[in-house]
Design a protein around this ligand. Structure first.
Ligand code: GDP
Ligand code: IMO
Ligand code: MG
Length: 426
């Protein structure tokens, strides 16, 4: 496997944990084998990291295939867009000599994040007895307005629909003052600024169905943001994001369901979670801190320290089932090097007895572990599975066996070439 695919294949990359599994790196590696990368949900709450030489580039809005000049990129209707951040990202790429003209497209149906959404996201978090630990990017608030049917789409900005935008701004200002005790935001300035964004967005805006018709017999890579356990329906609600990172999110985002779709799950070799909510296999104390430092586990969007834990097999099986996962790519195996013992959560004790079923509606799952020996020495330069220390091979084999899905690739460092491929994907 080298990222090359043939024919009209469609592939989706989906996180099977609580996000930050390393999706950005894998999409960047695979993208050259595709004609188009489609980000199908989420917004600037995402932070997808790609390494290029000495540079570390973090994509929040843009699809992670955008560094490859021959690849087209679509931000599809299921996404929410903060135009300011989108243009900042495009400008930053221009600044390092990457031309995105005629290959970055935004759905007319994607909803627009306003400064009010961001302000209210923060105020709600600050005011709540039980905050969620959101990224404070206004993403949840924007999806709320979409489903309340008062939101503003990219297409509305382009059509200069000032009436609906005026209404939304005044509605949000009312909430800011009356409900949150804050200051209203300057409606005239925002109206002017967003109309200007509309003019700049016009050349990028497309209607998903007509745009995608042109890619019917071509190769498409679908990129999810966040992770399955943050899904609005199947995640650890209410500690979730406001969209569908699961593979099923593709249908709601682009309308159709690709008839042949290879579903690849990304799994970090341990677990992280940024934000609040249940985390059965969380590691407290010094070991968590050691792994956080070694894995550089600080939020790509907010810089917050990520919570660290062991793999949670029932949760991964749950995620594999929901998404119909065909193959797994395991990331950050190098971070576990040097540990004496590595644990794997294989089931839970609950008030009603032992179970191997992950249940995101419960917060009383106490994990049961299997323990494996660790390995000495760094593995970041290893290129072949057989060259990994025996204990590392055994860890991978055990994880594969317990989840019941083949592990086709192993990432052993942040750089694109720090990969071990075991199988060709297609
Ligand atoms: P995403 O949101 O799923 O794209 O993941 P993030 O980019 O938020 O977080 C993953 C982090 O781990 C980034 O800093 C990557 O550069 C880094 N990374 C990805 N794969 C590996 C790996 O195999 N080993 C190490 N050490 N770092 C990795
Ligand atoms: P990527 O795509 C990890 C988490 C937040 C919070 C919850 C709700 O980089 O994997 P939101 O701002 O979406 O309303 O916050 O979801 N969260 C993420 N955690 N990676 C992400 O994206 C995340 N995007 C949101 O921390 O717990
Ligand atoms: Mg991330």
């Amino acid at each position: 496997m080298d990222g090359k695919v043939s024919g009209d294949h469609k592939v989706v990359i989906v996180g099977l944990q609580w996000g930050d599994e390393g999706k950005g790196k894998i999409i960047d590696i695979l993208a050259p084998g595709f004609d188009l990368v489609v980000r199908y949900q989420g917004g600037p709450n995402a932070g997808h990291t790609v390494h290029r030489g000495d540079r570390k580039i973090i994509f929040h809005q843009l699809p992670s295939g955008v560094l490859h000049p021959e690849v087209q990129n679509l931000i599809a209707s299921g996404c929410v867009v903060d135009p300011r951040r989108l243009f900042e990202e495009l400008e930053a790429l221009k600044g390092i000599g990457i031309d995105t003209r005629d290959r970055v497209w935004v759905s007319k149906f994607a909803h627009v994040i306003l400064p009010h959404h961001i302000a209210i996201d923060g105020m709600r978090e600050d005011g709540k007895a039980k905050p969620l630990g959101t990224t404070r990017r206004g993403v949840g608030m924007c999806y709320e307005d979409k489903f309340a049917r008062i939101g503003i789409r990219i297409g509305d900005l382009i059509a200069e629909d000032t009436d609906r935008l005026r209404y939304l701004i005044s509605h949000k200002n009312f909430l800011l003052i009356e409900l949150y005790g804050g200051e209203p935001l300057d409606d005239r300035r925002i109206l002017k600024e967003y109309m200007e964004f509309g003019r700049r967005l016009r050349p990028l805006a497309v209607s998903d169905p007509y745009f995608l018709k042109g890619f019917q017999n071509r190769r498409i890579l679908f990129e999810s943001a966040q992770g399955t356990l943050l899904d609005i329906s199947f995640g650890t609600y209410p500690y979730v994001t406001s969209s569908h990172p699961i593979v099923g999110g593709i249908g709601a985002s682009i309308g159709m369901i690709p008839n042949r779709l290879l579903k690849i799950g990304i799994v970090k070799a341990y677990t992280t979670r940024v934000g609040l909510g249940p985390f059965p296999t969380e590691i407290e104390g010094e070991l968590g801190e050691i792994l956080r430092k070694k894995g550089n586990e600080y939020g790509s969007t907010t810089g917050r320290p990520r919570r660290i834990g062991w793999l949670d097999i029932p949760a991964l099986r749950f995620a594999a089932i929901i998404n119909g996962i065909d193959a797994i790519i395991l990331t950050k195996l190098d971070v576990l090097s040097g540990l004496k013992e590595i644990k794997i959560g294989t089931g839970y004790q609950t008030d009603s007895g032992p179970t191997e079923e992950f249940d995101p509606t419960r917060d009383d799952l106490v994990p049961e572990y299997r323990s494996l020996p660790g390995w000495e020495g760094e593995i970041a330069g290893v290129k072949g599975f057989d060259q990994l220390p025996r204990e590392a091979q055994e860890y991978v084999a055990m994880v594969e066996d317990l989840i019941g899905v083949r592990i086709v690739g192993i990432s052993v460092g942040p750089e694109p070439d720090q990969m071990i491929w075991r199988e060709r994907l297609i």
